[in-house]
Design a protein around this ligand. Structure first.
Ligand code: NOJ
Length: 537
């Protein structure tokens, strides 16, 4: 392999939600064998790596982000043999595997926590954050990320423990060196098995204020800044150490989820990249997700992301995930939603930065509406009807138009979106005008045009006329990308000499006309610019 190729910078990462990918053992839940069976599909799409949401043993109070055994596989997905089979088969096809690692908290059913809560002087007591009541109340005013009180009183020992999420997910005490040691050992366990990296869950939450000071505002549903229960200096220190550990193995990646309140704090997200070489490799910044559909707004968000990057840092982008929903929902009720999905794909796959694709986005899957009795996400159960939870964007992958969208033969853990009759992989792969076809072509284009992988980026303007325009370039190659965010046709006066249209979301349409560039509503185009080679004198 070309030694300049850095897979986690230049490749495309596909986020698999294992419960909903493909069921092979007829229990209505996806499994590892299901992912193995669909590797051909993924290889054919052209992705370079899979990020698997957690597959460890878990009571699934928070869909597996509540782990009881970090060195094993949840039996609903298979076992260690299945995992090794998946790893091997994926590697054989050139697809890497990224595990989701939850370092901030465990399940309350984890043996560590069971021990910890058993008595005040148990050796594992200090592995979690325990506090005696203060004036017969919780030690401070911290709230969970789901809006509830974050301290749970445990009658057995008369103290409170802290949990950033559900009370079934007690936070670990990272100020105890044994915790770090245990977690690093777990990371090494997976690295030695040959996995390719980690997605680090809510990584900025690891350390809390030593003095447990009150947050200034911490109301139910408040979106005000939370200061003392996250982003402590020690997180940076531990990420440096984690990087040293990863760097002992070749070619590994860490991508950290930065859980900012309010969401989308670009400066905060990039701060966890350190110099770009000494902390996280990549950090999820949620600001693009919260950007309104308008070229000028996208321009501002993307520029800000680039401007906050450390010199050696590398950005990454995503449009959807299992917490924030599918990007199609942000297009509103529009006749043009698939056009917009294609335009979005073009943006994701041509920006400078590693693209993450959420399973199903490549066929234009949408958020489903889930009835009260179908809710699986505890978040939805607790806050219904104000918030119906995250199930609507975790529904089974739509493979074909057969029963259950071809995902399973059994009663499903979550219903499929009713649009699976028309929106499914089989239909999409047979239709050259589908959203899928755009994803696939762009993944190909990235492989043949290195400027899209590693080239620099330069914006042509600030999104004027509701068109986003930028260049991706290397010394050997220059590409021009135009994205029309508007429902109106646009005409751009640009020197079209030497431009060759190499991709369009509207392939039947030649965008170069009469020395101008013409863009249909929501059209995106990529041009290659011929480089004038000056003879040596
Ligand atoms: C972030 C995960 O993405 C989300 O699904 C989970 O609920 C929380 N972390 C808690 O682990």
């Amino acid at each position: 392999m070309n030694k300049d190729f850095c897979w986690w910078k230049h490749g495309v990462i596909y986020h698999v939600y294992p419960q909903s990918f493909y069921d092979t053992n007829d229990d209505g839940i996806g499994d590892l064998q299901g992912i193995i069976q669909k590797l051909d599909y993924l290889a054919n799409l052209g992705v370079d790596a899979l990020w698997l949401s957690p597959i460890y043993p878990s009571p699934l109070v928070d869909a597996g982000y509540d782990i009881t055994d970090y060195k094993n596989i949840n039996s609903i997905y298979g076992d260690m043999n299945d995992f090794m089979q998946l790893l091997k088969a994926a590697h054989k096809k050139g697809i890497r595997i990224i595990m989701d690692l939850v370092l901030n908290h465990t399940s309350d059913q984890h043996p560590w926590f069971k021990e910890s809560r058993s008595s005040i002087d148990n050796p594992k007591r200090d592995w979690y954050i325990w506090q005696a009541p203060k004036n017969k109340k919780a030690p401070n005013n911290w709230r969970t990320n789901f809006g509830k009180k974050a301290w749970q009183y445990d009658a057995a020992t008369g103290e409170y423990y802290y949990h950033s999420f559900f009370y079934e997910q007690p936070d670990l005490n990272w100020r105890n060196p044994e915790v770090k040691e245990a977690m690093f050992e777990i990371a090494e366990f997976w690295l030695k098995l040959g996995i390719d990296g980690f997605r680090l869950d809510v990584i900025n939450l690891l350390y809390k204020d030593k003095k447990l000071r009150d947050n200034s505002i911490s109301n139910l549903f408040s979106n005000k800044k939370k200061v003392f229960n996250r982003n402590r200096g020690s997180v940076y220190k531990v990420l440096r150490e984690f990087r040293v550990l990863l760097d002992k193995y070749a070619d590994k990646v860490s991508v950290g989820e930065i859980y900012a309140v309010p969401p989308g704090d670009t400066k905060l997200a990039s701060s966890f990249l350190g110099s770009g070489n000494d902390m996280l490799h990549l950090a999820f910044d949620f600001s693009l997700i919260f950007t309104r559909w308008k070229a000028t707004f996208y321009y501002k968000t993307i520029r800000r992301i680039y401007s906050k990057m450390p010199k050696e840092g590398w950005p990454c982008f995503f449009l959807s995930n299992h917490d924030v929903g599918r990007s199609t929902k942000r297009f509103g009720l529009t006749f043009f939603k698939y056009q917009k999905a294609k335009l979005h794909a073009l943006l994701l796959l041509t920006l400078k930065g590693t693209p993450f694709i959420y399973y199903g986005d490549e066929i234009g899957m949408e958020n489903a509406s889930i009835t009260k009795d179908q809710i699986r996400d505890l978040y939805g159960k607790l806050f219904y009807p104000l918030f119906k939870g995250r199930d609507g964007f975790r529904t089974p992958m739509q493979w074909n138009s057969n029963t259950n969208a071809g995902f399973s033969n059994a009663k499903l853990w979550l219903p499929v979106h009713p649009n699976y009759y028309s929106i499914n992989v089989e239909a999409a792969t047979n239709n050259e005008n589908s959203v899928y076809s755009v994803y696939k072509q762009l993944l190909q284009l990235r492989k043949t045009h290195k400027a899209l992988q590693s080239g620099n980026i330069k914006f042509l303007h600030e999104g004027k006329n509701n068109v986003l325009a930028y260049q991706r370039f290397l010394p050997s190659e220059k590409l021009l990308i135009f994205l029309n965010f508007s429902f109106l046709q646009k005409q751009l006066s640009i020197n079209t000499e030497g431009l060759e249209q190499i991709f369009s979301t509207h392939p039947q349409f030649n965008s170069i006309a009469g020395g101008k560039i013409v863009l249909k509503p929501y059209q995106g185009v990529v041009f290659a610019e011929s480089l004038i080679v000056r003879p040596h004198t």
